[in-house]
Write a protein that binds this ligand. Structure first.
Ligand code: FAD
Length: 475
């Protein structure tokens, strides 16, 4: 069995396979010099810096369950109980997200009526939501079209768009409701409006967590004491010895009889099963001759890039401290950053108490051109924007620029249909599986859930066909 790609998708599929059947011989090819893909953490003196993801959701429970299986539960921490919530920039000021507003639904009315984020006109338009007829068809539509239609332009521009951009670094005029906000879309279908859905949920006591949250339900997230790298290390350690081949870029795969020939660094290897776990661009290349239709569909999935400027600063250098986990910036503010996250407010062990560790997000789908700038320029931009927004002065004690090129797959309108075609095409090819964060969810939890399913399918197909063989070098 060959697994191509040593990010979370490939690693977790390998670990699940090994747990299900320890007799499966496997080689995981990773083109880089380390596993983990976009997940990595770095300790710099007293600062613990997550380079990519810094927490995962316990819903679905797949990631939490996996941590338990791996014996990593002891290392998990919850976000700190204080300062939970986020702010939104409006006219240069950091204003609280109305209490009870989670993603794109207000679970409390009063905070929406008094929030300075919206004008009187914007609030009146928001109140009309319960009387707006539901969409006639259940066809996919963009997040912006849904929110504009139901709650008006102001709620979209000033609250929902920056919050969604904070998660997907996306263009909300293209972001798919059906594949990113399915639960909200179906509330409209089932209850006719979000206001009615909220009233029903409140009666049933279903919104108790949401009503006390702002922006996200932080209680449902977990991080690692030693950073997200602990997840990667834990998974890698659970694999059979010698299973991981670093600096092993796979150049091509092709079927030969009931086997596969995999070419890596000019050498051919033979395998009975291949799990493809690489990002869309790499996958479409490897699938070009094997599954042309799936490859063509993958070519239509765009990916956005981002840079995270990490600044460790003295708490005394922040003239207007912000008592939340972070803030997001609407496009209309015409700033050069997407969001700021106070890592040391969120989790313990990220910095000494008299310092603050800040991660500033730049680029994304809407400001990609900023990423052409050199690192020093990005640091300058982050410092200038923070100076304006929170009164940052002085010099940071640590700076880092982490660039993630094409790392955030964009689930645009029609994504669900595209993924259905890709899944169907791959399913037709014996001995080939494909897992990616570009298919069934971008977060750590949905990726691990997908790994569960892929591993189960492989093991049942191997049981039917009678075993697995390791890669033999065939020159
Ligand atoms: C900046 C950022 C922040 C995020 N924050 C969060 C968060 O807070 N919470 C959350 O739940 N999720 C978060 N995510 C999402 C989550 O981290 C990713 O969806 C997930 O880690 C993706 O894993 P993957 O294995 O699918 O892809 P990748 O991590 O991209 O791994 C793919 C691997 O394949 C390798 N590869 C590529 N081509 C080849 C080849 N030809 N041969 C061999 N190997 C190859 C690459 O080197 C790479 O290691 C974040 C993502 C980013 C980018």
């Amino acid at each position: 069995m060959a697994i191509i790609g040593g990010g979370l998708s490939g690693l977790s599929t390998a670990a699940k396979l090994h747990r299900l059947d320890s007799s499966i011989e496997m080689v995981l090819f990773e083109s880089g010099h380390r596993v983990g893909g976009v997940i990595h953490s770095e300790q710099v003196g007293e600062f613990l810096i997550d380079h990519g993801a810094d927490m995962f959701s316990t819903k679905p429970s797949a990631a939490l369950d996996f941590c338990r299986e791996l014996g990593l539960e002891d290392q998990l921490i919850e976000p700190k109980p204080t300062r939970r919530g986020a702010r939104i920039v409006r006219n240069g000021r950091l204003l609280p997200i109305p209490e009870g507003f989670v993603l794109m639904r207000a679970t409390q009315l009063w905070p929406m009526l008094v929030t300075p984020l919206l004008s009187l006109k914007g609030k009146l338009r928001f109140l009309l939501e319960r009387w707006i007829a539901p969409a006639k068809s259940e066809q996919d539509e963009s997040v912006s079209s849904f929110v504009q239609r139901r709650m008006g332009q102001e709620v979209l521009d000033r609250i929902v768009a920056p919050l969604s951009a904070g998660i997907y670094t996306a263009d909300v005029t293209k972001l798919s409701m059906q594949t990113t906000m399915q639960a909200i879309a179906s509330m409209e279908t089932k209850y006719g409006s979000l206001a009615r859905a909220t009233a029903v949920r409140r009666r049933k006591g279903e919104d108790s967590v949401e009503r006390g949250s702002t922006g996200a339900r932080y209680g449902q997230f977990r991080a690692f004491q030693g950073g997200m790298i602990e997840l990667i290390d834990g998974i890698a350690q659970s694999l059979p010895e010698q299973a991981i081949k670093l600096n092993g870029r796979v150049e091509s795969i092709r079927p030969m009889g009931d086997h596969w020939i995999l070419t890596e660094s000019g050498t051919n290897h033979e395998f009975d099963h291949i799990v493809l776990a690489v990002p869309p661009k790499a996958a479409l290349h490897l699938l070009q001759n094997v599954a042309p239709k799936a490859s063509a569909e993958l070519g239509l999935i765009e990916s956005a890039s981002t840079a995270i400027v990490v600044l460790a600063v003295s708490a005394e250098d922040i003239q207007r401290p912000v008592e939340t986990f972070g803030f997001v910036v609407p496009l209309s503010e015409k700033r050069r950053i997407l969001a700021g996250s106070f890592a040391s407010h969120k989790f313990s062990g990220r910095s000494p108490d008299d310092h603050v560790l800040i991660r500033v997000f730049i680029g994304g789908a809407m400001q990609a051109d900023l990423l052409d700038k050199p690192d020093e320029e990005l640091i300058k931009i982050a410092r200038e924007e923070l100076s304006d927004l929170i009164g940052l002065t002085g010099d940071p004690v640590v700076t880092r620029v982490v660039r993630w090129d094409d790392a955030m797959p964009q689930y645009h309108v029609g994504h669900g249909d595209r993924v259905r075609i890709i899944d169907e095409e791959i399913a037709k090819i014996p001995g080939l599986s494909f897992i990616s964060n570009a298919l069934h969810g971008v977060g750590i939890a949905p990726v691990i859930k997908q790994a569960d399913q892929v591993a189960l399918e492989i093991v049942s197909s191997l049981n039917e066909s009678g075993g697995s063989s390791n890669g033999e070098s065939i020159g």
